[in-house]
Design a protein around this ligand. Structure first.
Ligand SMILES: C[S@@+](CC[C@H](N)C(=O)[O-])C[C@H]1O[C@@H](n2cnc3c(N)ncnc32)[C@H](O)[C@@H]1O
Length: 171
């Protein structure tokens, strides 16, 4: 359905048309560029994201044969606070709904969903070291710092202490 190589080579954000993503067009181009770099150095890369909503930011990885596994961590609240001072509503927010939407585009077999937030999750729930993490959950400073520390711990768990997954140390 999608020619992922062509999409990534041209940073063609029309791939996001299939499932809405709460990101700007510039975000989308950046996300595709990062995916392009990671898949070049890490064939069979593992993608982890915190905050998935309808699955829009998962889609390019779901349709990428070089992505071997996707972790989606999402607390699934109906309303979430935001550092900008307004609360954002997420009616009918559920993992089941996201999987149902994604399954209309591609098999969802490689997605592991984890309902929860990183402040109360043990990192051992992620059994394969990610090569790329995208933090897009609760947009507060406290939650973002917590999510960042969680991801940093996972990315650095391969040893070496330089906080980079093994296949990116050659960059
Ligand atoms: C901005 S949306 C994610 C958008 C998605 N990445 C996309 O591209 O469309 C934020 C998501 O974070 C989830 N969320 C809210 N608070 C969270 C928390 N503390 N931990 C993890 N996920 C959270 C919400 O359920 C919502 O799905």
């Amino acid at each position: 359905m999608f020619d992922v190589n062509e999409i990534l080579d041209s940073l063609n954000i029309s791939i996001f048309d299939a499932i809405p993503s709460q990101t700007t067009d510039d975000d989308k181009r950046s996300l595709l560029a990062i995916q392009s770099a990671v898949r070049e150095f890490c064939p069979h890369y593992v993608y982890l994201e915190i905050g998935s909503h309808l699955g829009g930011s998962i889609l390019p990885h779901l349709t990428d044969d070089l992505c071997s596994k996707i972790y989606s961590i999402d607390k699934r609240p109906l309303v979430q606070p935001d550092e900008r001072g307004v609360s954002y509503g997420y009616p009918e927010n559920s993992t089941q709904r996201m999987l149902s939407i994604l399954s209309q585009v591609s098999s969802t077999e490689k997605i592991i969903t984890i309902d929860g937030e990183t402040s109360s999750l043990d990192a051992s729930v992620v059994t394969e070291q990610p090569n790329l993490c995208f933090i897009d959950g609760e947009h507060t400073d406290v939650a973002t710092e917590q999510d960042f520390k969680f991801c940093l711990g996972l990315l650095s768990s391969g040893g070496g202490g330089d906080h980079l997954p093994r296949c990116l140390r050659h960059l």
